[in-house]
Design a protein around this ligand. Structure first.
Ligand SMILES: O=C(O)CCC(=O)C(=O)O
Ligand SMILES: [Fe+2]
Length: 309
């Protein structure tokens, strides 16, 4: 479990329907991963494979739309982190050239639904169902995290019931030109929120940096998701959990599609050092901050169009 070379595979089924003892063991496994590499894969998660297949189908249809139709939905037109991010609009690693990818972001769709949807029949229904399923899974992960951190198992529940969660469809064309180690599909970065749940196709290309600085492949495994801790939960847990750099290089010569779900707390959740993550030898390292302010800070650093001056 603590081998920094591999991303552990955790069967979530006992957490969802097992005895309290079995659930506690899953929580402990998740916690061990969150403390070491900050990455783990999950099986037994209960997500319908047919729904996931539909998400990939709709995603491919969306990215195949004419450029003008996609640009009409550009995030930069709306400024609310929803919509289309075209090639060159984003540098996850600000020291590198823009990422070789395009993306489409969907935020919470409870009324009023302020997402910028493409005119594709079926798209909204599929994405809304997947968003809801990912939200439930994120809540279950937070319950496990609370158990692992010796908090009330429901500690996070009322802090994540209006989450700032984003479903993000991603498309990486074959890497442009010869790979020179400079331009990535997604430059090295950490995620911003609490947890990310990622589905990737079988093409591969996601890499994770180990604690000792080497990059290891997060090899695709059918029917599973890759989960990782983001900076917000690292801060909340006083660095007990780690948010780990990762990147994507699509050197396969094929198109790569992935689907990320970034789950961040309620805007008004106070991210203040968790009581069980501090003691005399480990004072709180960060001042409290509202989750909305923290997320805004981090997004501003990524999107060129948000940068002022
Ligand atoms: O596409 C992937 O496999 C990972 C994407 C990612 O890390 C991100 O968008 O934050
Ligand atoms: Fe990421």
């Amino acid at each position: 479990m603590d081998d920094p070379e591999t991303i552990p595979m955790i069967d979530m089924a006992p957490l969802l329907g097992g005895t309290p003892g079995a659930a506690a063991r899953v929580a402990a496994d998740i916690g061990a991963a969150c403390r070491s590499t900050g990455f783990f894969s999950i099986a037994g998660h209960g997500i319908d494979p047919a729904l996931l297949a539909s998400v990939y189908g709709e995603s491919a249809r969306f990215f195949a739309l004419p450029e003008a139709e996609k640009q009409a939905l550009a995030i930069s037109r709306f400024g609310d982190n929803r919509g289309y991010a075209g090639f060159g609009s984003e540098s996850l690693d600000p020291d590198k050239p823009a990422d070789a990818k395009e993306a489409f972001n969907i935020g919470r769709d409870e009324p009023p639904d302020i997402n910028h949807w493409p005119a594709l029949p079926g798209f909204v229904d599929v994405m809304s169902r997947y968003y809801a399923a990912m939200r439930r899974l994120s809540e279950q992960l937070h319950r496990a995290i609370a158990i692992d951190l010796a908090l009330d198992p429901d500690f996070f529940a009322r802090r994540i019931d209006r989450p700032q969660a984003t479903l993000r469809l991603l498309h990486y064309p074959p890497h442009p030109g010869r790979f020179d180690g400079d331009r990535y599909g997604a430059g090295a970065h950490t995620d911003y929120g609490n947890v990310t749940i990622l589905s990737q196709d079988m093409v591969g290309g996601l890499e994770v940096r180990t604690r000792d600085g080497r990059w290891i492949a997060a090899t695709p495994v059918p029917g599973t998701f890759v989960c990782n801790i983001g900076d917000c939960l690292m801060r909340w847990s006083n660095d007990v959990y780690v948010s780990t750099p990762h990147r994507v290089a699509n050197l396969s010569g094929r198109e790569r599609y992935s689907v990320a779900f970034f789950f961040d707390p309620n805007p008004d959740a106070l991210v203040a050092c968790l009581p069980t993550c501090t003691d005399a030898g480990r004072p709180a390292r960060y001042p409290p901050i509202l989750a909305a302010d923290y997320l805004r800070e981090r997004l501003d650093a990524t999107y060129a169009h948000r940068q002022k001056g």
